[in-house]
Structures are given as structure tokens and as C-alpha cells.
Design a binder for this molecule. Structure first.
Ligand SMILES: Cc1cc2nc3c(=O)[nH]c(=O)nc-3n(C[C@H](O)[C@H](O)[C@H](O)COP(=O)(O)OP(=O)(O)OC[C@H]3O[C@@H](n4cnc5c(N)ncnc54)[C@H](O)[C@@H]3O)c2cc1C
Length: 216
């Protein structure tokens, strides 16, 4: 995986020291996430639609119903901006002005290609499934031809991308450090609860390990 070259569009200008373009940072963030926001413009109106995604190498796959406006529009090779966000903590500073969040995020500019080939379509769906529920794809019943036909899969090349990362404590005004007000970071983490079996599950089917011990 090669690093990214900042472009006119991806050069982080606001707090540039938080910008990152190395493959490890960008792909690390993408692989920890499974939700992205897809931004596109139709008749001058911007839309930003949340959806799941999967990554294979330097391609990000999104998929869904052939009836989706988002997928139909993006499949016409319009410019797309995809963002992925991980929130790591709430930064409680001594002023509202300096209060912030610790985060890792990625912005990708691309135009999408419709995946037509059956094998690549299945590979993309497997990648999506594995990104959300690792270990499950091989146990699922096979996708039917009708399901495949009703599903649009789009491939977005991850070639023009930036990451931005904030870590650490608040950065307050020097005079404010003397205030008798607690300040610091409340870490946030996405955690899984105990799996709830489908009421229609036949008796005696245990939760697989990847569900019982699901973690991000
Ligand atoms: C969870 C979270 C909360 C945030 N809260 C705030 C907030 O309350 N107020 C605020 O002003 N900003 C916030 N940010 C930062 C915000 O995303 C922008 O970076 C910032 O507002 C500067 O925007 P800009 O358009 O001026 O960036 P510019 O520096 O002009 O952007 C230029 C290019 O840098 C890249 N870039 C910019 N921001 C990001 C990013 N976050 N991730 C990856 N690439 C990026 C893009 O490629 C972009 O096109 C938050 C970010 C996250 C992830």
C-alpha cells in the first residue's frame, strides 16, 4: 500500500499538523470503521448519506438496493466525497471555545465505477460483510442471482485521500489552567452488548463466537 500525495483538494489547511497521508493511518481508520458518509450533488443540492462500506486493497465498496437514489446517482460517475469518522473522546476544556473531540477521520474524493462482474460483486459483498461482522460471510447461505441482480455495488478508488487525527488533552488558554474547573478527556469506545437471539431461532443453535464476543 503506498502513501497518498496531498492534492489541492486533500491538503489539510486548518490545523495542518493533524493531517496524515500515510497508508497506515488512512487504511487503519477505514478498517476500524464500517460506516461512511457519501456526499454528492444533484441539481445543485448537496446530499450526504450514511451507509456501510467494505475495503479491498485500495478500493472502497458500497452497495445497496438498485432503487437507492444515492447509489443510482453515484453510479453515473458524478464526483463523490466519502468521509469516515471514529470518535475517540470528548475533550472537556476550560472554555467552550477550546472544548473539542479526539477523533480519527478520513476524507476521500473519487468517482465510482459500477461493479458488473459476478465474482467482483461477490468479493465486494464479502468484504462489506466481513467489515461489519468478521467471520460470518462463509457461514451465510449463498447469495442468489436475483439478490445479486437487485443489488448495486459501486467501487470507489482510494487514491485521493486525507486523514485527520486529534489526540491528547485540552489545549486551553494559558490563563485558564489556574481555574478550579475539571478538565480532561472522556474516552469513548464502541462496545457490543450481549447478543439477543432471534425469537424464531430453532432450539439449540448457540451464538457463534464472533457474535458472542463481537468487538470493534
Ligand atoms: C468528530 C469530529 C468533530 C469535529 N468537530 C469540529 C468542530 O466542532 N468544529 C470544527 O471547526 N471542526 C471540527 N472538526 C474538524 C473538521 O472535520 C474540519 O477538519 C475543520 O472544520 C476544518 O474544515 P475545513 O473545511 O476548513 O478544512 P480544510 O483544512 O480547508 O480542508 C482541506 C482538506 O483537508 C482534508 N480534511 C479536512 N478535514 C478533515 C478531516 N476531519 N478528516 C480528514 N480529512 C480532512 C480534506 O481533504 C479537505 O478537503 C471535527 C472533526 C471530527 C472528525
Amino acid at each position: 500500500m503506498s502513501d497518498f500525495t496531498p492534492t489541492e483538494r486533500t491538503k489539510v489547511r486548518r490545523l495542518p499538523d493533524r493531517g496524515k497521508y500515510d497508508a497506515e493511518s488512512v487504511y487503519g481508520i477505514l478498517d476500524e470503521a464500517f460506516i461512511c458518509h457519501v456526499g454528492f450533488v444533484v441539481d445543485g443540492q448537496p446530499y450526504v448519506i450514511p451507509t456501510g462500506f467494505g475495503r479491498v486493497g485500495d478500493t472502497l465498496y458500497i452497495h445497496g438496493s438498485a432503487a437507492s437514489r444515492m447509489l443510482r446517482t453515484v453510479s453515473t460517475r458524478v464526483p463523490v466525497c466519502v468521509t469516515v469518522t471514529l470518535v475517540d473522546g470528548i475533550v472537556m476544556a476550560r472554555s467552550g471555545f477550546h472544548s473539542s473531540m479526539n477523533y480519527r477521520s478520513v476524507v476521500i474524493f473519487a468517482t465510482a465505477k459500477v461493479v458488473e462482474a459476478r465474482e467482483e460483486k461477490l468479493e465486494a459483498l464479502a468484504a462489506f460483510s466481513e467489515q461489519v461482522m468478521p467471520g460470518r460471510w462463509k457461514e451465510l447461505r449463498e447469495t442468489t442471482d436475483a439478490e445479486l441482480k437487485g443489488t448495486i455495488v459501486l467501487a470507489l478508488p482510494i487514491t485521493e485521500a486525507s486523514a485527520k487525527v486529534r489526540t491528547g488533552p485540552p489545549k486551553d488558554d494559558e490563563a485558564d489552567y489556574a481555574l478550579p474547573l475539571w478538565a480532561g478527556v472522556v474516552p469513548l469506545k464502541l462496545t457490543a452488548g450481549t447478543p439477543i437471539a432471534d425469537p424464531r431461532l430453532p432450539a439449540g443453535v448457540p451464538a457463534p463466537d464472533y457474535a458472542a464476543h463481537y468487538k470493534r
